[in-house]
Design a protein around this ligand. Sequence first.
Ligand code: PAF
Length: 283
Amino acid sequence: MILVVESVPNLIDLVQRNKENGVSIGFVPTMGALHKGHLSLVRKAKKENDLVIVSIFVNPTQFNDKKDLEKYPRTLESDISLLLTARADVVFTPASSEIYPEGDQKGNDIDLGGLDSYMEGAFRPGHFKGVAQVVKRLLDIVTPDRLYMGQKDFQQFTIIAHMIRTLKIQTDLVVCRILREANGLAMSSRNERLTKETREKAGIIYKTLQSVKKYQNTKSVKELEDYGMKRLNIAPFIPEYFTICDGNTLKPIQNINDTSYAVACVAVWGDGIRLIDNIILKK
Ligand code: PAF
């Protein structure tokens, strides 16, 4: 059985009752259009907590492109059946007015320590302000013991980790590994919008990341980044950035030896859809 809760007071009530009984809570925030990647977060949360709450809320404030927001897949019924199979306990499906009762500008000013100035943040102005705003609001409502996020959105989880630290939010962030399709393409709700052909060809993104990892000790960062951009500049793809950065500060690095935690992050357009992926080079 799975409980669908739409209102904030009802969810707060449910959380309160469970906490009074010593029930631990795992929380997986999503925007729906669920795939196996999301379900792996739910399954991990289920192993580590008594009660698992999944939110499905397509957050308008994190879309810098209105068309992307309109086109974002909304598949509530199939999402709920998938969550049943992954044994989630509660699905929280609030309306925008529940999340932003005072309008969606409120709470849009969380300090992100400059972590939003690179990569995704540079190409999607305001995106991470919206992500931090909604995750903070959701954490205030759900007050989970553990929060589950995927490694695919590397910059996102790094920014949320920073927010949790600086605002002293009482929750443990658990980052889960990237799930991939058979050809290596990182699972994403956006993959559904690719043509079959582009989806097959998109395996090149992960192959490129793997090659960069392989050559990290024999080539300079600049050479690796240029190689990444060049290899992904093949129809129907247009690479947006290929950046090797420090995994903690997200600052681009000049030399792999400048850090003990190096990550290669990439964004690529295909069929008008933006795909992102990353690989940890060393940690
Ligand atoms: O990764 C996502 O799906 C969203 O950015 C999140 C974390 C659910 C916030 O809306």
